[in-house]
Design a protein around this ligand. Structure first.
Ligand SMILES: NC(=O)c1ccc[n+]([C@@H]2O[C@H](COP(=O)([O-])OP(=O)(O)OC[C@H]3O[C@@H](n4cnc5c(N)ncnc54)[C@H](OP(=O)(O)O)[C@@H]3O)[C@@H](O)[C@H]2O)c1
Length: 219
C-alpha cells in the first residue's frame, strides 16, 4: 500500500518506519525538503512536499501538531477527498491548575478529528494511534504482559476502518473498533488524561480489570 505522511517528526518516523518495514511504500512530506529527506532516509521511505504526501497514496497520516492542521488542511483538504486520512494528533496544553512541580495536561481543543473531517470534505477520517507515545511504535514489539496492544479506531467509513485496522496489525498491534468519528473526541480526552497519569509516574493500565471481571455478567 502507498502511504503518504504529512509531517516529518517523531510520529512520522515511528509509524512510517513500522509500515515501511512491513512492506508498504511510504512517502514523508514536510514543509522543508531537508526535514522530509532526513526523516524518509531514516525509515527507508521516499521524501517529498506536503502536497506530494497528500496525493501519494490511498492512506494519508497527519503527523502534525494540532495548531498546524488548519493551515495544512486548507492547502490540501480537497486533495484528500476519497482517501483514508489517519489522525493521530493530540491537542495537549499544560494544566495551569496542576500543583507546583507536577506535569499535567488539559485539552487545548476537543473534537480535533471532527474538525479534520470538516476541513477535508470527502476524506475518510479515522482517529487512531493517538494514545501511545512514538517510542511504543519504535519498540521491537507491541505485546506487553502477553497482551497485544489494542489500537482503538474511530471513523465512519467501513472500508477506511478496515484499512487502518490492517495498518495497526502490520505494526504488531490489534485494532479495536471504537465507533464513529463522533466518538474520536473521547479518544482524544482519554489520551490527555492517561498521558498525564503516565507523566506523573502512575501505571495507567492498572486502572482496568480484564473484561471477565469488569461486570457481574459480561454483555
Ligand atoms: N510524539 C508522540 O509520542 C505522539 C504520540 C501520539 C500522538 N502524537 C501526536 O502526533 C502529532 C505529531 O507529533 P510528533 O511527535 O510527530 O511531532 P513532531 O516531532 O514535533 O513533528 C511535527 C512535524 O510537523 C511539522 N509541522 C509543524 N508545524 C507545521 C506547519 N505549520 N506546517 C507544516 N508542517 C508543520 C514539523 O515540521 P518542522 O520540523 O518544519 O517544524 C514536523 O515535521 C501531534 O499532534 C502529537 O500530539 C504524538
Amino acid at each position: 500500500m502507498r502511504i503518504g505522511i504529512i509531517g516529518a517528526g517523531a510520529m512520522a518516523r515511528a509509524l512510517g518506519g513500522g509500515w515501511s518495514a512491513a512492506g508498504h511504500e511510504v512517502l514523508i512530506g514536510a514543509r522543508t525538503a531537508a526535514a522530509a529527506a532526513e526523516s524518509a532516509a531514516s525509515i527507508g521511505g521516499r521524501a517529498g512536499s506536503i502536497t506530494d504526501a497528500a496525493t501519494f497514496g490511498d492512506v494519508v497520516l497527519l503527523a502534525l501538531p494540532v495548531p498546524a492542521l488548519s493551515e495544512v488542511l486548507h492547502a490540501t483538504g480537497e486533495l484528500l477527498a476519497g482517501r483514508t486520512v489517519v489522525d493521530c494528533t493530540n491537542a495537549f496544553a499544560p494544566d495551569a491548575a496542576a500543583p507546583e512541580g507536577a506535569t499535567a495536561f488539559v485539552l487545548a481543543e476537543d473534537a480535533v478529528a471532527e474538525r479534520v473531517a470538516a476541513l477535508a470534505p470527502g476524506a475518510h477520517v479515522v482517529k487512531a494511534f493517538n494514545l501511545c507515545a512514538a517510542e511504543v511504535w519504535q519498540a521491537k514489539a507491541r505485546v506487553f504482559d502477553e497482551r497485544r496492544l489494542a489500537v482503538p479506531l474511530c471513523g465512519d467509513d467501513e472500508a477506511a476502518l478496515r484499512v487502518v485496522a490492517g495498518l495497526a496489525e502490520d505494526l504488531g498491534s490489534r485494532a479495536l473498533p471504537a465507533g464513529g468519528l463522533h466518538r474520536a473526541r473521547y479518544l482524544e480526552a482519554m489520551s490527555v488524561f492517561t498521558v498525564g497519569l503516565w507523566f506523573a509516574g502512575h501505571d495507567a493500565r492498572a486502572m482496568f480489570p480484564p473484561v471477565e471481571a469488569a461486570f457481574a455478567v459480561v454483555d
